[in-house]
Design a protein around this ligand. Sequence first.
Ligand code: G4P
Length: 189
Amino acid sequence: MKILKERIQKDGVALTDRILKVDSFINHQIDPQLMYEIGEEFAEYFKKYNITKVLTIEASGISMAVMTGLHLKVPVVFAKKHEALNLDKDLYLSKVFSFTKNKEYLIKVSKHYIDATDNVLIIDDFLANGKAAIGLADIVKQAEAKVCGIGIVIEKDFQDGGKILREQGFDVKSLAIIESLCDGNVSFK
Ligand code: G4P
């Protein structure tokens, strides 16, 4: 996606050779117009699957998932990472290990919001090792629903997530694929 790659080149910062900082338009401050266009791009690609629900994980996945749901005209569900008093007791649960943070956390989705009739599109901001997407796919499986595809805003090709998900047969659509983050330079595939 040309405008996304241009924006990453302009405002993204290669913090290390593995981490790209995009705080000024995705992870802290959010550019709504860019999110709108990202949602449009995902909706155009995944419309062939008759999607009934978009599923993401809090927090950074929410903005682009909502815009995708807006374009597909379907509800958006986000998995919770944190404990919340207002969370239902009847939950799908999955464990996710974050290599970036070196810790495991539990993701939770109410059984009210995904069921066996759903065609689910998973959306997230980054694809690194793929653990978040695998955890979300596990929740869809528990609901006996179908994962129709996985939409990723920024995939890091030098980490294994994309390969693992595609080998498992998922239709993964990444809008920008980063080949390397060397010496502060961002190179796309
Ligand atoms: P994985 O799901 O692909 O295995 O990735 P991992 O656990 O390593 O990622 C953990 C968190 O770090 C996720 O956000 C993910 O989006 C983010 N992340 C991974 N690589 C990068 C990167 O290069 N740049 C940035 N900016 N983020 C990265 P999170 O902890 O769930 O945070 P948030 O969604 O609450 O913002």
